[in-house]
Design a protein around this ligand. Structure first.
Ligand SMILES: *Cc1c(COP(=O)(O)O)cnc(C)c1O
Length: 447
């Protein structure tokens, strides 16, 4: 990118007024981040006309590619009717239809849909719903929550209270409620703690199968099932936060299906609209919902809501996205991509000298680099190298995240993996990693 380009001018204006999320602004001002003006399928196009493969599906949201004609049309049609109307005291057909579709798809007895607008809101709602639900069943001692080590449920204070990523969460500790941390991957240890706190637990919250922001941590088989059983024994709820794993990401529509687990409360976000618009949903069972029924004067109402709850444009995009899942047999195609992804990673990435471990489930993959000093910013260097080769990635520290849209083609997936391998090789050489191919140090997730 040359100075004096359209991108450079826009970047200068960005640097003058904007404050980006999870970004050290001082370093941001020195970077030449692409200015994206258009999207097409799995590619994004910048203000200078450069095309990039969107390797993290616009932060794990995009499902069917950018500008999918079906979803574009559904949003335009809804725009021709009304862009926003409230769910407080009114309703609208798009929210109703989406609610019916979600209930039909959701596992187990989930039968009620409470809308919001971000994943963090969906998890906050789940926590408040669980707590109030117990209180209204006379279980007033159930005021505590348990979460899994290294988990992530969003950035609002309730969600952070059940978050387990030290560098994001620890500094806010004085503002947070005290929650119980369960060991990652140790089903017996987690079950023992749940049993120990059985009388005071309102719910256990978990990202099923893969803990995303914590570093693409893949839980061992049986872990989620064990949590479900422990919650049943303790009489508390299980909240599955499928904001990242939902909508086909791990190969099934919802990750919890793979363990035959149905939660009491399910949180959805990110991919719900195909990655188009900010919409989220918290689904609950009738058993919970019924606890909120009563005369208006009984004050059993769930006192929570957001201005843009159930936004019609978002709901229209979500319905169209579900249509695309059916019409284009998306989950079948994901099974092919899943196998191909495993083979490509084995061929091009697994034996690279700079790679410590590959963790993957479906189209959710983290490539952890060998440890480097934080000041080396190895993960960041890899994404800069990949960007120069036309692929956009976003690291989590020294973990390179590969999270393409489910719609990625075989050729694009190959390009994604090969460019990642080239970028890691370039950075490993620069950082002086000995160039001897080495077996992966840690646990490999089978293809
Ligand atoms: C991204 C994410 C959230 C938060 O969603 P936002 O829309 O960013 O608030 C919550 N839970 C999980 C598992 C996530 O990956």
């Amino acid at each position: 990118m040359t100075d004096g380009s359209d991108s450079a001018a826009l970047r200068a204006r960005d640097h003058a007024v904007l404050w980006h999320p999870f970004t050290q602004q001082q370093a941001w001002a020195e970077e030449s981040a692409p200015v994206i003006v258009r999207g097409e399928g799995c590619e994004l196009i910048d203000a200078d006309g450069r095309r990039y493969l969107d390797g993290t599906s616009s932060l794990w949201c995009n499902v069917h590619g950018h500008r999918h004609p079906r979803i574009d049309a559904a949003v335009s049609e809804q725009l021709g009717r009304v862009a926003h109307t409230t769910m407080l005291g009114l309703t609208h057909p798009t929210a109703i239809e989406l609610g019916e579709r979600l209930v039909a798809l959701a596992p187990g007895d989930l039968s009620r849909v409470f809308y919001s607008d971000t994943g963090a809101a969906a998890t906050e709602i789940a926590l408040k719903m669980a707590f109030q639900g117990h209180v209204q069943a006379g279980e007033t001692r159930r005021t505590r929550f348990a979460y899994i080590e290294s988990s992530y449920h969003g950035d609002t204070l309730g969600a952070v209270s059940v978050g387990g990523i030290e560098i994001f969460h620890e500094r806010f500790r004085p503002l947070l409620f005290d929650a119980i941390k369960l060991p990652f991957g140790d089903a017996d240890g987690a079950a023992a703690l749940i049993a120990e706190h059985a009388d005071e637990l309102a719910a256990v919250i978990v990202e099923p199968l893969v803990q995303g922001a914590g570093g693409l941590l893949v839980q061992p088989d049986g872990y989620l099932r064990a949590l479900r059983d422990a919650c049943d024994a303790a009489g508390c709820f299980l909240i599955c936060d499928e904001v990242a794993t939902g909508f086909g990401r791990t190969g099934t529509m919802f990750a919890c299906e793979q363990e035959g687990v149905a939660p009491d409360i399910l949180c959805l976000g990110k991919g719900i609209t195909g990655g188009y618009l900010p919409l989220a949903a918290t689904l609950a069972t009738d058993a919970i919902y019924d606890r909120f029924l009563g005369g208006v004067d009984e004050l059993k109402t769930f006192f929570h809501g957001h201005t843009y709850t159930g936004n019609p444009l978002g709901c229209a995009a979500a319905i169209a996205s579900l249509d695309v899942f059916e019409e284009e047999h998306v989950l079948e195609r994901v099974a092919d991509r899943d196998r191909q992804f495993g083979a490509l990673l084995d061929e091009h990435v697994a034996s690279l000298p700079g790679v410590h471990e590959i963790r993957r489930r479906g189209l959710m993959c983290g490539v952890e680099l060998l440890p480097h000093p934080a000041t080396a910013r190895a993960g960041h260097q890899v994404i800069v190298e990949a960007r120069d080769r036309g692929v956009l990635l976003r690291p989590l520290g020294d973990i390179v995240v590969l999270m393409p849209a489910l719609a990625i083609s075989a050729a694009e997936l190959e390009r994604l993996v090969i460019v990642t391998a080239e970028a890691i090789t370039a950075v490993s050489e620069r950082l002086g990693v000995p160039s001897v191919p080495r077996p992966l140090a840690g646990r490999r997730i089978p293809s």
